[in-house]
Design a protein around this ligand. Structure first.
Ligand code: NAI
Ligand code: MG
Length: 362
């Protein structure tokens, strides 16, 4: 009997359905190659859910997700829904509630430069020759974005804005475990980011990360102040394997790391809950400027599916195979429009052809 996993498939809006089709083709190929089965249930989310069911995150969709082992998410939003009140819009109305309902406290965002694409980066070739692969592990439900008290107090010129950064030991421990375990599956190097020279939360963060480290003697841990890390990422990104960050530092550093790769259509992400449940989606949005043309890059969606195989289903071999197939296709010179540079040996292809090529290389 094949191992069976339940996947809630939420394609969403814009290029979401187009790139999701290709990711599902890749899952079909994984089923054949690795004797596993993915039982897929489709659900509406975002703008299409507003149009069909009156709400960006309908209860039917939540129920389908609750019955699944993981969520494969496309992207949501577009000009059609921008005049709605903020809380009802596709992104705010669907993504934030999903994070909350499922307790998705760990956000994993790899910034990957494939060797074949070093020309797309904003960094000098010699800094990134041979490519790099940095994983940012960001705490997603605590810290200064959520802690109380919070708000603007007082009147007129006397007003003060207040945000509070607060982290409890269990909150630090659980995100640290995610980061150490991710490092164990990779190059076994972890850099914990803090500002322990100034912030009390960081002093506690460093102490707890040190104590969690004792359970992972095979992972090499170092600590770095966030300002230095911002600098080191552009100076020599290859020094990093996994970066462990609290919420705000991770927000900033993961965007910085993503931009070093120069190609939004390539970057996957995972948001994990306690246990093995997770939601997997491209780092980019619904790209309304190219939606409906069949030219979007499906690689971010396909690599998000690979992260699902790795982090929710522990199918590491299958995840490796998908990632290797993507790398091979890039080595063959095949490029969607967003990563096409017109170099000798490159061939411009569309969304479907990219999906087919990756399947063929599996
Ligand atoms: P975006 O990421 O959709 O697009 C930015 C640029 O990157 C565009 O030029 C787009 O064509 C390009 N791009 C993105 N993904 C691509 C891919 N796979 N292949 C080729 N090119 C790609 O961000 P933008 O324009 O700020 O937002 C557009 C809509 O997406 C908005 O409604 C926004 O709210 C929503 N959005 C949704 C997110 C989500 O579902 N998680 C995240 C970010 C934005
Ligand atoms: Mg951000």
């Amino acid at each position: 009997m094949a191992q069976k996993f339940k996947v809630a498939v939420l394609p969403g809006d814009g290029i979401g359905p187009e790139v999701m089709t290709e990711a599902l083709k890749v899952l079909d190929a994984v089923e054949k190659k690795f004797a596993v089965a993915f039982e897929r249930t489709f659900a509406n989310v975002g703008g299409i859910a507003i149009d069909k069911e009156g709400k960006a995150l309908p209860q039917t969709t939540v129920d389908i997700c609750k019955g699944a082992d993981a969520i494969l998410f496309g992207s949501v939003g577009g000009p059609k829904w921008e005049s709605l009140p903020p809380d009802e819009q596709p992104e705010r109305g669907a993504l934030l509630p999903l994070r909350k309902i499922f307790g998705l406290y760990a956000n994993l965002r790899p910034a990957i430069i494939f060797p074949a694409l070093t020309g797309a980066s904003s960094l000098k070739e010699e800094v990134i020759s041979g490519g790099f692969n940095v994983l940012v592990v960001r705490e997603l439900t605590g810290g200064i974005y959520f802690s109380q008290p919070k708000g603007i107090e007082g009147q007129g010129r006397e007003r003060i804005g207040v945000d509070t950064m607060r982290y409890s030991i269990p909150e630090i421990e659980r995100i640290a475990h995610v980061a150490f375990q991710a490092a164990q599956r990779r190059d076994k190097r972890l850099t914990s980011i803090d500002k322990a020279n100034v912030l009390s939360t960081s002093v506690l963060w460093r102490e707890i990360v040190e104590s969690v480290a004792k359970q992972y003697p095979d992972v090499k841990l170092n600590h770095m102040y966030v300002d230095n890390a911002a600098m080191q990422l552009v100076r020599w990104p290859k020094q990093f394997d996994v970066l462990l960050c609290e919420n705000m530092f991770g927000d900033i550093l993961s965007d910085e790391a993503a931009m070093l790769t120069g190609s939004l259509g390539m970057l996957p992400s995972a948001s994990l809950a306690e246990g093995s449940f997770g939601m997997y989606e491209p780092s980019g949005g619904s790209a309304p400027d190219i939606a409906g043309q069949g030219i979007a890059n499906p690689i971010a969606q396909i690599l998000s599916a690979a992260m699902m195989l790795r982090y929710s289903f522990a199918l590491n071999e299958a995840a490796d195979a998908v990632e290797a197939a993507v790398e091979k296709v890039l080595d063959q010179g095949l490029r969607t429009a967003d990563i096409f540079q017109g170099k000798p040996g490159e061939k411009k292809i569309n969304t479907r052809e990219m999906g087919d090529a990756i399947v063929a290389n599996l």
